[in-house]
Every structure is written in C-alpha cells, then in structure tokens.
Write a protein that binds this ligand. Structure first.
Ligand SMILES: [Zn+2]
Length: 212
C-alpha cells in the first residue's frame, strides 16, 4: 500500500546515501568516480548519481552503463508482497556491485574494455561473493558469532544455496567444490554458477573476517 511504498522508498534513499558516505570514507572518493552529480573537488567526472527504481521489477539488478542504476525487485515468495527496498542486505549488495564495477572500470578504461575483468564465471563469482560479504560486513555487530547464519536477501527471497556460517553442518562449502560444477569455461557460464561460486567465495571471506 501507499504507506509501505513510501517506507520502502525512504529506506532505499537513506541506505544508498549512507552507503555513498561509507564508501567515501573507505577511499571511493570524487577522483575515483563516486556517483555524484557535482564533484566539489573538481576531480573525477560528475553527472553520474545513482538512479534507484523501486517496485514493479521482477528481480534485483544493477548496471553501470549508460548511467549507474539499480532496479529493486518486488517479491511474493514468502506469501506476502515484499520490496527489496526494505532489505538492507540487498541494497548493500547492489550498491557494492556498482562500486566494484566502477573500481575495475578505472583499472581497465585505457584498454577500451570498461568492465573486461568482470567477464566469465570466476570473476563474476568473485564479484557476487564479495558484494554478499560487504552486506555481512556492513551489518556486523559485536554480538555476532561466526556460527550465526547469514543470508543476503533473506527478507525477500533467500536465493543463495546455503547461508554463510562457519558451522560446517549447515555450510560445508570448500574451494574445491567449484571444480565439480563444470562451469570453468566462459560459454558454460550461467547465473547459478556465478551465485554458487559467490556462495563459496563469501564463505571464504567470512572465515577470513573471523580469523583476523
Ligand atoms: Zn549480485
């Protein structure tokens, strides 16, 4: 309804803005192309603020070209209608995709292949896993335990194969598991392979976090 719609849009606006500021503090500044209409330092290019569209999309998606854009899905899988605009893990995941792609865009622009190092099963999987991990990391609380279960998009859909946890009775993924999927070649790449490898990669980053 109208109230929930405004709630989702307000939460989306707040989260995307705070994510912009968090990434700024981590080094994604104007010079790095941090999605602002106006660059006050005159470094980097402006006119690239992120447009986020909420409601009436079949699933969550993002793209850097022609303008930075996020579309948020509207799900009914849980028996009630839910917008991704109310799931902060999805907002962190999608915004982090744009930051990740912008970072690799800078690295590759001179070669004329704007996002070349993001093509293929392994780079896509690493990207999916990394942005899932940022969602876990940015919502980290001191009371968290490594054996807690963490799933991106749990509120709206929970599409990952297994939750992120150190509890191997629930998540026993190992790096060697990706060999058995037969998806190592570009032409065999599918969305599911990307997310499966991402699941493995996010689990590895989770282990690294709790072993710091
Ligand atoms: Zn993703």
């Amino acid at each position: 309804d109208e109230i929930n719609r405004n709630f989702a849009i307000t939460n989306t606006f707040y989260m995307i803005n705070i994510l912009h500021d968090i990434y700024f503090n981590l080094g994604f500044d104007e010079k790095a192309g941090n999605f602002q209409d106006i660059n006050y330092t005159n470094e980097g290019k402006g006119n690239d603020s992120v447009v986020v569209l909420n409601y009436n999309f079949p699933s969550d998606d993002n793209s850097l070209y022609p303008i930075p854009r996020i579309t948020l899905g509207y799900y009914n899988r849980t028996g009630e209608e839910r917008s991704s605009g109310l799931d902060n893990s999805v907002l962190i995941h999608e915004y982090s995709h744009l930051v990740y792609e912008a970072a690799t865009r800078i690295a590759n622009e001179p070669a004329g292949h704007p996002v070349f190092c993001n093509y293929g099963f392994i780079p896509r999987g690493i990207q999916e896993g990394t942005v899932d991990f940022f969602a876990e990391l940015f919502q980290y609380k001191k009371s968290n335990n490594r054996n807690d279960l963490y799933t991106v998009g749990k509120y709206v859909k929970a599409i990952r194969a297994v939750p992120i946890t150190s509890d191997m009775s629930i998540n026993n993924l190992k790096y060697s598991d990706i060999r058995y999927r037969g998806g190592m070649e570009y032409e065999k790449e599918t969305e599911n392979d990307n997310y499966f490898f991402g699941n493995v990669w996010a689990t590895m980053l989770h282990e690294a976090l709790y072993n710091l």
